[in-house]
Design a protein around this ligand. Sequence first.
Ligand SMILES: [Mg+2]
Length: 197
Amino acid sequence: MAGPEENIALFDMDGTLCDFDKAMEESLEKIRSPEEEPYTGKPEEAPKHIKERKELIMSSRNWWSTMPKFQIGWDILEAAKEAGFKIHILTQGPRRNPSGWKGKKVWVDRNLGPDTDITMTRDKGLVYGKVLVDDYPEYIKRWLQWRERALVIMPAGKNNNEFKHPNVIRYDGTNLEEVKEAMKKAYERKISEEVKY
Ligand SMILES: [Mg+2]
């Protein structure tokens, strides 16, 4: 059984290892009417019919299990393995789509192997790791709440270009050396130095 001293790197899926945005954009495009302009605004401000289409798309297990890889997340994955970390997937289970939970597990089996550890949760802050790799600022802040000196690597995305935090390195495909260096230091650090009791 994994002890708390174990060097675990937690990896998010959507926007980290999987290209959710690209998959969604392509799927929406396929069902767009020829008379209709493509929707390019913020997802939360989308009109009702676009939101409903997205829900339909996300209700397919196959859609989740065939999602394309997001390369910058895979660069970080390689760096984490190289530093010696044990890889653990930490992903949010979709709120309304149980088939998404299944599809995500199938994706992990296909792309990382069926022996990969995986946690699907509605609260990432509950899960232990020495490093978190995640693109979403709200989950990052929640996770860091109890781990004030832990390291976070944040794959660049259009929703996090303004987020800054002293523990967070934003990786955009150009600063891999910085990521590798930080991973190495995190690996050598004692867990008691980063967890707040
Ligand atoms: Mg994400």
